[in-house]
Design a protein around this ligand. Structure first.
Ligand SMILES: C[S@@+](CC[C@H](N)C(=O)[O-])C[C@H]1O[C@@H](n2cnc3c(N)ncnc32)[C@H](O)[C@@H]1O
Length: 261
């Protein structure tokens, strides 16, 4: 919430709003309230289209893929000029989204120093995907992005190796683009090597959107050719179970309460 001092200094508050994975019912009341109070809303076109009914009467600043720095600067500038501003992100604003960049720009550019930033959380794709599958993250998870546009490939591979070595389920965001497919192959090979070909895996496309698709099976059969930028991959572990079309991770209740089987 913007403080009284900020309002007195003439700065608006910048709300970084998580829209959730798609469906309106998965948007939080706090996200709806933040958008209701911002006369200026900034975002990537596809996400703005998802909420066009909430934008009536507002100044809307659209930008394209790859224009994130410019988009965030425009939002900070509008807030520095005194307007309350909403920056919309899919899922949660703190996971492979705009919140971190907004804080970084506020630190780097003195003109934005007085802008108050409030992050309004959203349901990240991994949690919507997990719910659609059952309970694959019972014992926790690692969340990684396979996009090497902003992260060196060597760092991604190092993180994949470390994740695969752990006992945790792993969610892979940004798994592949039309041309960017090599890291996906590498990631699958790393997990097959560490966890074996039979470990359960899932591919979810467009979770909670029209055209939702789901594949569930052993990692060795993973349909890599179906992966696109609207996809999320979950790779299970030694305690993951596929049963009746669901994926869940056992927590240790069997060992503690039903040791006989
Ligand atoms: C730029 S990241 C944004 C992540 C977002 N901030 C979040 O917390 O979900 C975009 C990636 O998130 C994943 N993603 C976002 N929404 C999704 C959905 N509805 N279904 C499947 N994957 C999704 C995909 O891996 C996509 O490539």
């Amino acid at each position: 919430m913007g403080s009284w001092d900020d309002k007195m200094s003439g700065n608006g508050t910048l709300y970084v709003v998580g829209l959730g994975p798609g469906e309106r019912r998965l948007m939080t009341p706090a996200a709806l309230a933040a958008l209701a109070r911002t006369p200026v809303v900034v975002g990537y076109g596809k996400y703005l289209d998802q909420i066009d009914d909430l934008l009536v009467g507002k100044k809307v600043i659209r930008s394209g893929m790859g224009a994130e720095v410019e988009r965030c600067r425009r939002a900070l500038a509008a807030a520095a000029a005194g307007s309350d501003v909403g920056v919309v992100c899919s899922g949660d604003p703190g996971i492979f989204a705009m919140a971190g960049l907004l804080y970084e720009l506020r630190d780097r550019e003195a003109v934005f120093a007085g802008v108050e930033i409030e992050v309004v959380p959203g349901l990240s794709a991994v949690f919507a995907a997990a719910a659609a599958l059952g309970s694959p993250l019972t014992n926790g998870c690692v969340i990684l992005s396979l996009s090497d546009l902003l992260t060196p490939t060597a760092v991604i591979v190092k993180n994949l190796e470390a994740a695969a070595l752990s006992e945790l389920a792993c969610a892979l965001y940004n798994p592949a683009g039309k041309k960017r497919r090599e890291l996906l192959q590498q990631a699958l090979a790393i997990f097959v090597r560490q966890r074996g070909p039979e470990v359960p895996a899932a591919l979810l496309k467009n979770v909670s959107r029209r055209d939702e698709e789901r594949w569930l099976g052993p990692l060795a059969d993973f349909p890599a050719e179906r992966v696109d930028m609207n996809s999320l991959i979950i790779i299970g572990n030694a305690t993951s179970v596929i049963s009746r079309g669901n994926l869940y991770d056992r927590r240790g209740y069997r060992e503690k309460y039903f040791p006989e089987n």
